[in-house]
Design a protein around this ligand. Structure first.
Ligand code: FAD
Length: 537
């Protein structure tokens, strides 16, 4: 089978083929040579799993100002108002652009957008494609990008490092990337030169034992960027989605908030509803409140899950509105129109990330970040449902604009000599060790830095993570970089950064809840957390 060569040089390298990476690549001027690298199949991304939709003030009763107010309220005092303003104002245009590219959003019988309702939004403003919005967006963008002659998209290529020219001064300047090309029988380690790189690597749900994210979400971009010299912000704000299908051993999947938006109730096994005991908005309270309420009921009643009851809704409508959830439930033997679904909270979304500005630029010259990997200031301490696809598309456009401007001003990189060599796979006990370490990181994070935290829990997690990081380092020293060891290192880095951020914040705010500091301390803590990389590594 023909396999496209990895070029030695590109005008810009985009890491990741989710919504942020693809929109960036599509909006870079055709005169520039764009190389998109993605570590698994091209559609393996969080984007592909998004169900609910994309928030935008497009309804007749809506306006960007209302969207702004809702987003600020959700963000619990930490949203950057200028960023929120920019994103919500650009929402309608971003949706229109996606539509022009061919995204088939659902419409009501009179031809206007069929808008969904989700927690924290005061209006129906979720533009969606049934409950398969992410898949529809991902597939459409991939089909448009196939036609772009200036874009090469290569699958099964894992970027393991950003090369930075430290002599340049300041925080350094991008020189290229190091990658593992896993397309052949034997993985190859290579470098590609470029003055400009965009990290669009998505989230980090897999550092937690229970997550709604697919396997790619190991926090690679956060670790890559941090090691390259970029600060991270607000990593303590991990969003736990309240309702993923409870599966003690098999694959879990998300039950979209839109199901609650349509009227489904959270109940205990004896049928009692409980959400009104926690918040007057009931099932449509923000996600952190719903996730903590479920966690608290599970602990109080010593039960492994609660139930999401959609049986009160019209069954034909339910199946039509949520075909994907219907299919997934039927696959595990549940007809959600006639019986309740067992659900648990799971790590879902990273509100924090690499510190980047309104143009998506980081402190390292030529290094940009957009999508879930970036911290822009939009979400503050808690992301409002469906604001992340919006952030990904709006910031991808801004990054592309900055890249276009940058490329017009700078001279291309000089090619450096080729440094390709084979990387042996992990085998036998090393392979087992990598799997074991991965599991330990995930369990440690769930127990010590999960939905409800405490000072001792966080200190214990930091202690355990330091030991795990040492073991990961030894494994890499003895065996070198493979996909498994690179992902492990990234997960260990990100787990530690999340836990350090959480231990720093001695209050409870938004998604961060610490039993030892249950109140919100605006005087001292109304600011972003930030961890700066140490210059000597
Ligand atoms: C189940 C689920 C449902 C969701 N529903 C919604 C919703 O309804 N509305 C909403 O707004 N948000 C939703 N979200 C969140 C939203 O989907 C994501 O935040 C968004 O898609 C992120 O897009 P992205 O392009 O930044 O990252 P992703 O879509 O995750 O793409 C990341 C890409 O980077 C690649 N990559 C990662 N590391 C490397 C590496 N080292 N080398 C090379 N490639 C790499 C991955 O393979 C992937 O291609 C949902 C998330 C999940 C998991």
């Amino acid at each position: 089978m023909f396999r496209q060569m990895v070029p030695r040089q590109a005008d810009v390298i985009v890491v990741g083929s989710g919504m942020a990476g693809l929109v960036t690549a599509l909006m870079i001027e055709p005169k520039w040579h764009v190389l998109v690298l993605t570590k698994k199949g091209k559609a393996d991304s969080n984007t592909n799993f998004a169900q609910g939709g994309i928030a935008a003030a497009v309804g007749n009763d809506d306006a960007p100002e209302r969207h702004l107010v809702d987003t600020l309220r959700g963000g619990a005092g930490l949203c950057h108002v200028d960023v929120v303003k920019e994103v919500v104002e650009n929402g309608p245009a971003a949706v229109a652009r996606l539509y022009r590219w061919g995204v088939d959003f659902s419409r009501s019988p009179d031809g206007i957008w069929d808008l969904g309702r989700e927690g924290g939004h005061s209006r129906r403003r979720i533009v969606h494609a049934l409950d398969r919005t992410g898949k529809e967006i991902e597939m459409t963008l991939l089909s448009v990008i196939k036609e772009r002659r200036n874009v090469i998209l290569l699958e099964n290529i894992l970027v393991s490092d950003i090369q930075v020219d430290q002599e340049y001064g300041g925080c350094g300047r991008v020189r290229g990337v190091v990658l593992l090309d896993e397309r052949g029988e034997r993985a190859m380690r290579r470098t590609v030169d470029s003055t400009t790189a965009v990290l669009a690597t998505g989230g980090a749900g897999h550092v937690y034992q229970f997550t709604s994210n697919p396997e790619i979400a190991t926090g690679d971009g956060i670790s890559l960027g941090f090691r390259a010299g970029v600060a991270v912000c607000n990593l303590e704000f991990v969003q736990f989605h309240p309702t993923t299908f409870y599966s003690p051993c098999g694959e879990s999947f998300l039950i979209s908030e839109a199901v609650r938006g349509e009227g489904a109730k959270l109940v205990l096994p004896d049928g009692r509803a409980f959400m009104k005991n926690y918040d007057s908005r009931g099932e449509l309270a923000p996600r952190d409140i719903v996730a903590r309420a479920i966690d608290s009921e599970m602990r109080a009643h010593q039960i492994p899950y609660v139930l999401l009851d959609a049986t009160i809704l019209d069954s034909a409508y339910l199946r039509r509105r949520f075909p994907q959830i219907n299919e997934k439930c039927l696959n595990v033997g549940i007809d959600f129109a006639v019986e309740p679904i067992p659900v648990v909270p799971a790590a879902h979304y990273m509100c924090g990330g690499l510190r980047s500005d309104l143009d998506g630029a980081t402190s390292v010259e030529g290094l940009f970040a957009c999508g879930e990997v970036a911290h822009t200031g939009l979400h503050g301490a808690n992301r409002l449902a469906s604001n992340s696809l919006l952030e990904a598309v709006v910031f991808a456009e801004r990054v592309a604009k900055s890249v276009n401007k940058r490329l017009a001003q700078i001279s291309p990189t000089e090619e450096t000599p080729e440094t390709a060599h084979h990387v042996p796979p992990l085998t036998g006990s090393d392979d087992e060790l990598a799997v074991e370490l991965r599991g330990q990181i995930r369990r440690c994070m769930w127990a010590g830095a999960g939905i409800v935290r405490s000072d001792t829990g966080l200190a214990g997690a930091l202690h355990e993570l330091a030991a795990l990081k040492r073991r990961v380092r030894l494994l890499i020293e003895s065996h070198g970089e493979t996909r498994a060891t690179v992902e492990l290192r990234n997960m260990a880095d990100v787990a530690e950064l999340i836990t350090r951020s959480a231990a720093w914040r001695k209050e409870s705010r938004g998604l961060h809840y610490n039993l030892d500091h249950p109140g919100r301390g605006d005087k001292r803590w109304r600011r972003d957390s930030e961890i700066l990389p140490s210059r000597n590594g």
